[in-house]
Design a protein around this ligand. Sequence first.
Ligand code: TEU
Ligand code: CA
Length: 622
Amino acid sequence: MKTIDRNTDLKSVMESPSGHDVIARLLYSLGLDEDLITKTPLGNLKIRSLKSLSMGKLNDASIDALLELLNSLDDEDVEDHKGIRPAWWKEAVFYQVYPRSFYDSNGDGVGDIKGITLKLDHIRSLGVDAIWCSPFFDSPNADNGYDIRDYRKIMEEFGTMEDVEELIRECHKRDMKIIIDLVMNHTSDEHEWFQKALQGDPKYQNYYYLKDRPNNWTSFFAGSAWRYFPELQKYGLHLFAEKQMDLNWDNPEVREEMYDIARFWLEKGVDGFRLDVVSFISKTEGLPDGDPVIGSLISFRGIEHYFHGPHLDEYLREFNEKCLKPYDAYTIGECPGNGLKMSRMITGDDRDELTQLFSFDHIENPGKQRMQVYDFDLRKMIPELVRWQTQYSDHCWPSVFFDNHDNPKMCSKIDPSGKYNKEVNKLLVTMQMTLKGTPYLYQGVEIGMTNYPFEKIEDYRDVESLNVYKELLKSGVDEKEALKRLLWGSRDHARTPMQWKDDTYAGFSTEEPWIQVNANYHEVNVETEEQDPDSVLNHYKKMIRLRKEHKALVYGSFEQIRTSKDLFCYYRTLDEKKYLVIINLTDKDRNYPMRMDHRLVISNYKNYSNVLRPYEANVYEV
Ligand code: TEU
Ligand code: CA
């Protein structure tokens, strides 16, 4: 048992993984860098001084809650082996497909499975080795398929089981792997299990969290995390939409059901899983209230009770032992809230839990949240990226991504005007292909798709956006301001249809799609960009090829060169091979940090200049 109290100094608290991650996260959300504590004499400050460091945001009750949390998390730093063990997924480039928005094969305005199969050659032509496919299971679509009604059936709009089997085969034929998106934390309220629970079957009531009284946890999609079921006179827990009921993983029957589902799909030939919010599956016993301040600083009220719950590592190990190992299956877990050190517990080579995970802190600037309008500063992303490069250690392997289906486009965040759209997109892929870690591309980034200029609430589709909008109006925010926030943070930006060609509905469908198409498809589309040697698309292909041809970009050591904050410069070195990456993080000209007599391998600008131009990103051989 740990004994951390108000007088323990921050530096020693940060020596344990949970202590490190919780304090680092708190500092991050206060807009402070953890290096302040780990690398300066400020590390001698006591826990109690967090009150003043937070400029009054943390009160005494929060400090007590924090101490309880720190003392309850029982962990030890993970054994470290030196040297990277090679693996296919360390060398692979992944591409995420969001089926509803990828390609509509039958003209009903909704993307589908056959649509993905028809476009596999496009994905392969990029040099991609594996796809991650967002959920396609039977679902009433409260959250675009992340609310599953039947894990062994395909959503009717998307096609049939035969279509999925064909997709798996066609991926393999092209030497590509396919991982599917398994949602294990919750099911739809329309799932058979929940329906039986509602009908009063005690076996299935024990599959979920059904309680006489709600606690104070909030949902990720606004409002309370509890929904009242009059037929049972009980409240059901839903961390996400009110139709997404959290499963009780402490019930061994629930775990066995999930393992069966995983095996069902592994038997069908999938190569592994992206595991939706898998770090949330274990919750503190008794579901105690969350601390309002800590919750809001970390993200949502209650999260300290489930972001890395008491049995998480145990359940993941069991899942691995029973399902993954026998199939040699790959997994990447979505693990919001886990910092670098607790992530090491989940992904260490010899931990037998998950292969990799997604962490999200770099996606927003320190102290900021997605639905908050602010000027995103690319420079502020770098320290977080660098930490994962240098401190995640040899026995763990980062994932490197800037976009997915849950976030506005990174290129639009960096450059809302779009003036440097091409340069910025090329810069992003330069980082992805030259940093240590597995690059995950999201559909549409390869052509530089941007945010959609949403003007009215009727054009939004996402349950989160619609809920947040309602909640904002309820709290007195006016319509204009509420729309402004959605326009900044809505997940729908990532869900407008893939732009295939300069044709009706961007060649996505022959009928009106389920969500607006971005009008910039006349220029920003696959067909047009294929013809243009200077396009974003061709730069993606070149960068992916470069990574493939040079093992130093995969397995090489990473060394940042300290320069001004406006530049990101680093070496990747393996044996005699050495690459230097120089990136201008600003929209202004900047001087080179050193005399450049190295060989330029690739640049996002066509000709040489003796200054670094806005967002210039160059790779050199040293
Ligand atoms: O996302 C979970 C989740 O926590 C994110 O939406 C989170 O709010 C965001 O990344 C923080 O910036 C997963 C899926 O990716 C999402 O599409 C689902 O809606 C959600 O789980 C529920 O299944
Ligand atoms: Ca369709």
